[in-house]
Design a binder for this molecule. Structure first.
Ligand SMILES: [Fe+2]
Length: 179
């Protein structure tokens, strides 16, 4: 059993977050460092969003309950697939994927999700905001990783972005009135 104290673990974790493993991948180390940091930030937001989707799925109340409840299971599965892709890509570049709750809450740029709402419409609006913020961060990283010379990561993020936009469309269609 490990006898490491919590503070020692925190210090060790800080080092692990910036340490790169050697790799034969030819993207220069300086670029890989930046890409890994950026991908860990996107990983944190996607895990955050994935947790929020279940928060909504469980706590919805109102006439549209069943449709939205079931729709969100599909959303969660899609986002979890991307969580895995993003984590594994940054490990391929020599990084350490930071997927613990502590790392996620430290690294996510998303606002805290309200836990005191229950109406379907309130959840859909709050969830749409979370999707939009996640989508904007991913879209920026598509350009940033391309400029850093990593078209593969940029391409991976393009797939993530397409899923986020598609899910956001489904959510917003519930909030819009047809004419
Ligand atoms: Fe469920």
């Amino acid at each position: 059993m490990s006898s490491a104290k919590p503070r020692d673990i925190k210090d060790a974790n800080r080092k692990a977050a910036t340490r790169l493993y050697p790799t034969r991948n030819d993207i220069p180390e300086k670029q890989r460092e930046q890409i890994v940091a950026l991908m860990n930030a996107r990983l944190a937001e996607l895990i955050d969003l994935s947790l929020v989707i279940k928060q909504v799925h469980w706590n919805l109340k109102g006439l549209q309950f069943i449709g939205v409840h079931e729709m969100l299971d599909g959303f969660r599965a899609g986002i979890d697939g991307h969580v895995d892709e993003v984590a594994e890509r940054l490990v391929q570049l020599g990084g350490t994927a930071l997927g613990t709750t502590q790392s996620v809450s430290q690294n996510t740029s998303l606002e805290p999700y309200p836990t005191n709402i229950h109406k379907v419409v309130d959840h859909l609006k709050a969830l749409a905001d979370h999707y939009a913020a996640t989508g904007a961060a991913v879209r920026k990283s598509i350009d940033d990783t391309s400029e850093l010379g990593d078209e593969d990561t940029s391409d991976l993020l393009t797939g993530v972005s397409r899923t986020l936009d598609s899910n956001l469309w489904f959510i917003e269609a519930h909030l819009q009135e047809g004419e």
